[in-house]
Ligand binder design. Structure first.
Ligand SMILES: [Zn+2]
Ligand SMILES: [Zn+2]
Length: 256
């Protein structure tokens, strides 16, 4: 990437930023012994890097900065993702401009693709088998808890925990962030998974497998712009194949 250039151009226009992670000191292996070793000891002490870089939002109209973080640690039911690409959404721009209040400092970015590099300890075996180490994934900007009133009804877009913890406090559902600055240890909040960083932690409920045939960069917007537009057309407008439509405005969801 393009990591730093993406940050510089963040305020100018929506774009996809792709991260090539030069600090990774080994390649990821999908063999069982390596996977077991990673789960037992954690990615950062199993040959992976101990630190990462991420883009920090401090306050409206102040330039983003690139900071070093301790390698984030996933907890049960969460995955550590090596970020390969992250879109820049209009929601990010609203936060940058102060039009949408959010806890700060924080890492923005919620349209990610990446590679699974670690499962949180005690993660259900069904999750670890579904998303093995090395698998390609795409993240969703709404990260459903899977247990609340709305999630159990299949209305994950209204997840109470997501809005109460992530949107209101910038944390995951234990009320804590996974991001801490390397030098000061200061906590940094997460807008969704905090995708504008070399690695991110995301609840497995918000992850889907990305077929190897789909490219990381172009697929990053699947988890926000694409499913927002698809949901509106499929469920609200009840569009069907063959219908004639007019799209007003430009952009991923017709917003300007
Ligand atoms: Zn978005
Ligand atoms: Zn929920």
């Amino acid at each position: 990437m393009v990591f730093s250039s993406a940050c510089r151009s963040l305020l100018r226009h929506r774009q996809i930023a792709t991260s090539y992670l030069s600090c990774c000191r080994r390649s990821i292996c999908t063999s069982a012994p390596t996977e077991e070793r990673i789960e037992a000891a954690g990615y950062h002490v199993s040959g992976g890097p101990s630190f990462m870089r991420g883009t920090v939002f401090w306050e409206p109209d102040r330039p983003l900065t690139i900071e070093e973080f301790h390698m984030p640690r996933p907890k049960a039911g969460e995955l550590l993702i090596k970020t390969k690409a992250c879109g820049v959404c209009h929601s990010d721009l609203h936060v940058l401009k102060g039009e949408l209040l959010f806890s700060s400092p924080c890492v923005l970015g919620h349209e990610i693709t990446g590679e699974v590099v670690e499962h949180g300890a005690h993660t259900d075996v069904g999750i670890t088998k579904r998303f093995p180490i090395g698998s390609h994934v795409v993240g969703a900007f709404i990260m459903p808890c899977g247990n609340c009133f709305f999630c159990v009804k299949g209305q994950e877009d209204l997840c109470e925990a997501f809005f109460a913890y992530n949107r209101a406090k910038g944390t995951l559902y234990d009320g804590q962030t996974r991001l801490f600055l390397r030098n000061s240890g200061k906590p940094v909040y997460m807008y969704s998974m905090g995708g504008l960083a070399e690695y991110c932690v995301i609840p497995a409920n918000a992850v889907a497998t990305l077929p190897n045939s789909l490219p990381y960069t172009e697929s990053a917007i699947l988890g926000c712009a694409v499913f927002t537009a698809y949901g509106a057309m499929r469920h609200a407008a009840e569009m069907r194949a063959g219908d004639s439509i007019a799209v007003i405005g430009v952009g991923g969801i017709g917003a300007r």
